[in-house]
Design a protein around this ligand. Sequence first.
Ligand SMILES: [Zn+2]
Length: 174
Amino acid sequence: MPTIITHAAVPLCLGLGLGRNIIPRRLLLAGVALAMLPDADVLSFRFGVEYGNVFGHRGFTHSLLFAFVVPLLCVLTGRRWFQAGLIRCWLFLTVSLLSHSLLDSVTTGGKGIGWLWPWSSERFFAPWQVIKVAPFALKKYLTPAGHQVIVSELLWVWLPGALLALLLWRLRRR
Ligand SMILES: [Zn+2]
């Protein structure tokens, strides 16, 4: 995985670029939360679930089904709280959640993504891996390898995200 903070980059850059009138603050916060949500599956390690299990890391919480259904449930239950239209809420939350497994699929480590759960337990990667996989232990970020992870995420996620936000902001200002 990229670090949990970097998973927030997609909704943050999109939301800030599109502006509060299109993506209200509550919707933006929900997008950030959903972009981080799939990695809650690391808690399964505490219960002895193996990494490669569908209920393990990068399993069902990283599936396409999860990415489409969870935003739908959020929109149906909390649309008024988001203060935006149903389609817009669902689209933004789906893009936010789906971005998580897409970013994971371009990392250099781990077991791949269980995109096709529950139809298949096969794990997938994107055709190319460019983001250095983040370690689970925080103290590893203080090592040279940890620094490489941070630089890699800045280069492949935050920099394009900031450019996209800037472009959207410019288009909005016209
Ligand atoms: Zn993940």
